[in-house]
Design a protein around this ligand. Structure first.
Ligand SMILES: C[S@@+](CC[C@H](N)C(=O)[O-])C[C@H]1O[C@@H](n2cnc3c(N)ncnc32)[C@H](O)[C@@H]1O
Length: 293
């Protein structure tokens, strides 16, 4: 039943080449997902290496453990922002490398029950952590106009933020907006399609980022990299949209100018033409890597 879900790890070989410098080392997979990167990394590492794999999604963690099925993996149900603390509790002074493959997995996107999909109807949920309180439904039905507009602008870069927020406010006076298709239909009535991109794409992105405080988590984990990575160790971040990439670029720059860190790649690394052809979800991926000196 679980085997229907797949997630192809992106830039796996490139990341392994640049991150796994110590075959006997301790590594952090901050976003275990379905374990694609971790499984690949373990195939390159020695029998005494270790990977601490984090995910906020208990369903993903269970699937990853089953798929990876390797005692070198310790799966942790926590945000990657807790990685420093978890390593410390395990009496590990720092990891040789860490990967943060941001955003959501194909499993989450393709599973209508999780409420991320524009293509299949489902509850308006969008939580990575299904034990968390805040859902997209709560935001859409309970947050005020100004707050809705703010997230549509800040996290969706949506130019029609005002008319979409107004249409939501009007609709929710009639009924609760509790499914992905109800929200999608509201946006479709206000905004026309833009080429191949569905008009509600940016709104769905904004809600997902707000529900999971995605950008806040990225900022926090970069601030705590000194607690996670040991000297000569590296951290790699894989981003999928410009908001995340700008943030990572800026924060890495600040770490470097503060001293003690250097950029591994001056120019962002992107998937090859062949990889994008084989896996269209890799097309917007950007990889940045930093090294603790
Ligand atoms: C793109 S997927 C990772 C896929 C994985 N690299 C693979 O190859 O299977 C991102 C995963 O990160 C998780 N995630 C997102 N934010 C997180 C956070 N702050 N802490 C831990 N996991 C997070 C999501 O639940 C999702 O499963």
């Amino acid at each position: 039943m679980q085997e229907q879900w797949t997630h192809i790890p992106i830039l796996a070989q490139e990341i392994a080449d640049l991150l796994l410098l110590n075959p006997h080392g301790v590594y952090v997979d901050g976003t275990l997902g379905l374990g694609g990167h971790t499984k690949f990394f373990l195939s390159k590492l020695s029998p005494n290496a270790k990977i601490f794999g984090f995910d906020r999604d208990t369903q993903a963690l269970a699937m990853a453990q089953e798929r990876v099925s390797d005692e070198r993996l310790t799966a942790v149900h926590a945000s990657y922002t807790q990685a420093g603390k978890v390593l410390k509790e395990a009496a590990i002074s720092g990891a040789d490398g860490a990967l943060f493959d941001l955003g959501l997995s194909s499993y989450q996107l393709d599973n209508p029950a999780r409420g991320f999909s524009l293509l299949r109807d489902g509850p308006l949920d969008m939580r990575f952590d299904i034990t968390a309180e805040l859902t997209a439904e709560k935001i859409v039905n309970e947050w005020g106009l100004a707050e809705l507009e703010r997230i549509f602008v800040e996290y969706g870069e949506e130019r029609n933020f005002h008319s979409i927020a107004m249409a939501i406010m009007a609709k929710r006076r009639e009924e609760r907006i509790d499914t992905t298709f109800k929200l999608k239909n509201i946006v479709e009535q206000v905004v026309r399609g833009r080429g191949k991109i569905h008009p509600a794409t940016q709104i769905f992105q904004a809600l997902r980022i707000a529900v999971n405080d995605e950008l806040g988590a990225v900022e926090k984990v970069i601030d705590t990299l000194p607690d996670i990575i040991k000297p000569s160790g590296r951290a790699a971040v894989l981003t999928f949209h410009s908001l995340e990439d700008r943030l990572v670029k800026q924060r890495f720059k600040e770490l470097v100018s503060g001293g003690g860190w250097k950029l591994v790649n001056k120019h962002v690394i992107v998937p090859s033409y062949e990889e994008v052809r084989a896996n269209s979800r890799s097309r917007s991926a950007k990889l940045r890597i930093i090294e603790r000196i």
